[in-house]
Design a binder for this molecule. Structure first.
Ligand SMILES: NC(=O)c1ccc[n+]([C@@H]2O[C@H](COP(=O)([O-])OP(=O)(O)OC[C@H]3O[C@@H](n4cnc5c(N)ncnc54)[C@H](OP(=O)(O)O)[C@@H]3O)[C@@H](O)[C@H]2O)c1
Length: 338
């Protein structure tokens, strides 16, 4: 349930840019924070508004100035954008020009033929709805959330081009596109005159699809890359070492993105060994998992999720020890069975 807490005046930490790094997003002129915050989980209408607000403030205070949304983040659909809009209106609006805010359309959003996929009809109307929910005049990045085999890629890219040209977004992005479709999208958008800024895909020590062709496209084309679920939804932390704690994502019943079956004994054994290695590096496992993802030179930023302020504080400390020795990298490969 959203609770309407009193709104003490928020003043951002004056030292917020001191400890975060801001790599260039591919060959564009835009810099992203090395760590971004996603609002997929824990910012919905079923969650606490006070906690959501505290996490957004803490993230910004620590230099995380990029917040990643999508039309259907919640639950319920759209409610993460509404939550973000409330926090924006009550405290972050004075900082709008310091923030990068993204949203997406591509997956199931509303009933009927225009609430899913990659049509121009869906993308443009969904973008308008997302702007209304967030109260923003424009998004910094708007994504096609997935490749839609039932829509010509030209139409989806024309929709992104239109969204940018009409002032609804500053940059265009794609998410969950294969290397082949990414190359095609790059070419079409280049011809339209709206360059593709960024690709968003899953990437963690446990999920390596990105390395099967996508990183080559990013490097060859100078395309920025932002990766999601770098902690494998919390699995690559010290959280599940001895079972599934109450309140964790795997224990939540209103969503099924991380379930008991995915927390296998084989994977727990790997997590325990990775945790020992992280301790030797003087890091939490979450910090090591984030440093590992950012160690891939094709990656611009990693989008973390969080359910508590303390998790964001813990994650940001990954940047205090970002480098790996060859021996450490070899140990990780061996633990992962490579
Ligand atoms: N484009 C796409 O298709 C797509 C798909 C998925 C996600 N995304 C984006 O990526 C964002 C991040 O995804 P994600 O939430 O799966 O990322 P994640 O960082 O892999 O997982 C976040 C979860 O890990 C746990 N956690 C975080 N920091 C921790 C710490 N320091 N110590 C212990 N546990 C910690 C928390 O779990 P508990 O909740 O259990 O506490 C948190 O909710 C999303 O919000 C969204 O913006 C995009």
């Amino acid at each position: 349930m959203i609770t309407h807490e009193p709104n003490p005046q928020y003043i951002a930490n004056p030292k917020r840019y001191e400890n975060m790094s801001y790599p260039k997003c591919g060959k564009s002129g835009l810099r992203l924070p090395a760590l971004s915050l996603g609002l997929w989980q824990n910012f919905g209408s079923v969650d606490s508004l006070a906690n959501a607000k505290a996490m957004l403030h803490k993230a910004f205070d620590l230099g995380i100035n990029h917040f990643d949304l999508a039309n259907n983040y919640g639950p319920s659909y759209g409610s993460a954008e509404s939550t973000f809009g409330q926090v924006m209106a009550s405290s972050l609006l004075p900082y709008r020009d310091e923030l990068l805010i993204s949203s997406k359309a591509g997956y199931d959003m509303w009933p009927g033929p225009y609430g899913d996929g990659g049509s121009r009809k869906y993308l443009v109307s969904s973008c308008d709805q997302s702007l209304k929910r967030t109260g923003l005049e424009y998004f910094d990045i708007f994504y096609s959330h997935r490749y839609d085999p039932d829509t010509p890629l030209e139409e989806t890219m024309q929709a992104l081009d239109y969204i940018v040209r009409s002032g609804r977004a500053l940059y265009a992005g794609i998410s969950n596109y294969s290397p082949v479709h990414t190359k095609q999208a790059l070419r079409i958008l280049k011809e339209l005159g709206t360059p593709l800024l960024i690709h968003q895909n899953r990437y963690s020590m446990f999920e390596r699809e990105l390395e099967e062709g996508l990183t080559d496209v990013f490097t060859d084309e100078g395309l920025g890359a932002i990766v999601f679920s770098p902690l494998a939804q919390g699995f690559l932390t010290n959280k599940y070492l001895t079972g599934i704690p109450q309140g964790s994502r795997a224990a939540r019943t209103e969503q099924i993105y991380l379930n008991e079956d995915q927390i296998s004994q084989d994977k727990i054994a790997k997590v325990q060994k990775l945790n020992q290695l992280a301790e030797l590096r003087g890091q939490s496992l979450a910090q090591m998992a984030l440093a590992w993802v950012l160690n891939n030179s094709a990656v611009t930023s990693a989008i973390i999720g969080a359910s508590k302020v303390e998790q964001i504080e813990d994650c940001v400390k990954a940047l205090d020890n970002p480098d790996f020795s060859d021996t450490e990298l070899a140990s990780i490969r061996s633990i992962l069975g490579e």
